[in-house]
Design a protein around this ligand. Structure first.
Ligand code: MN
Length: 238
């Protein structure tokens, strides 16, 4: 009998100011959570309740560390196969520390352990085709290394930011510019809605949507991004 394959454990994300790690259980993402981005994607931002998709746990990784098991160097994002329209989407990431179901918006923040900054990399051409063909988004959103992220900053350090500039530049040129206060669905509302759909547990991450200005990346592009008061990150597209 052949040996059972050994599956490497995901290292999780680093924790700012600590040698400990934040383990990742699942990675959820919110679609169209800033009005100006919803409009640029051809949707009506006023009427749609929040909807969710997910990325594989090991697609989310610390950009400053890379993915040694997948030969992804620190500070680099591999250009994925089967697309010619790789898009950036800068997002606030919520790190869940206490699970629950049917969570009330009033108590939702008690479930948050920390916050980070992540990029929801997207094969936009694959996503557009999936929308047209009424197919799932998985291969548009959940490819290898599709969630480069910062360290997680504990609530104990920064509290619960509900405002602050969120931005992304490509080769130094501003591309995305928004404010956390522009989110259609606030973090407590997102947690409440998601916890009515699935049971949230410690280690879950929630990418909370992106402001307007999404666009394509090319080989060699240098991406910088940040959320005031939380974190910054940068990488090169290979
Ligand atoms: Mn997104």
């Amino acid at each position: 009998m052949t040996a059972i394959p050994l599956v490497p454990t995901h290292p999780g994300l680093p924790i700012a100011g600590s040698d400990e790690r934040f383990p990742i259980r699942r990675a959820y993402c919110v679609g169209r959570n800033y009005g100006d981005h919803a409009r640029e994607m051809g949707a009506n931002p006023d009427r749609e309740p929040p909807f969710f998709f997910s990325k594989p746990t090991d697609a989310v990784y610390a950009i400053d560390e890379g993915l040694p098991l997948d030969d992804v160097a620190p500070g680099h994002v591999p250009y994925p196969p089967l697309t010619s329209d790789l898009h950036y989407e800068v997002e606030l990431v919520v790190a869940v520390g206490v699970g629950g179901k049917d969570i009330s918006p009033d108590t939702a923040l008690e479930h948050v352990w920390g916050y980070g900054l992540g990029i929801d990399l997207t094969r936009r051409d694959v996503q557009d085709e999936a929308k047209q063909m009424r197919r799932p988004w998985d291969m548009a959103k959940g490819f290898d290394a599709s969630g480069p992220s910062s360290a997680i900053v504990p609530v104990a350090q920064i509290g619960h930011p509900d405002a602050g500039r969120i931005h992304l530049e490509v080769n130094g040129e501003p591309r995305q510019q928004g404010d956390l206060s522009d989110q259609i669905w606030s973090v407590p509302e997102i947690i409440a809605a998601l916890s009515r759909t699935i049971t949230l547990k410690a280690g879950d991450l929630i990418f909370t949507g992106t402001p307007a200005g999404v666009g394509a990346l090319a080989h060699g592009d240098v991406v910088t991004a940040g959320i005031d008061g939380i974190s910054t990150l940068s990488f090169v597209v290979d």
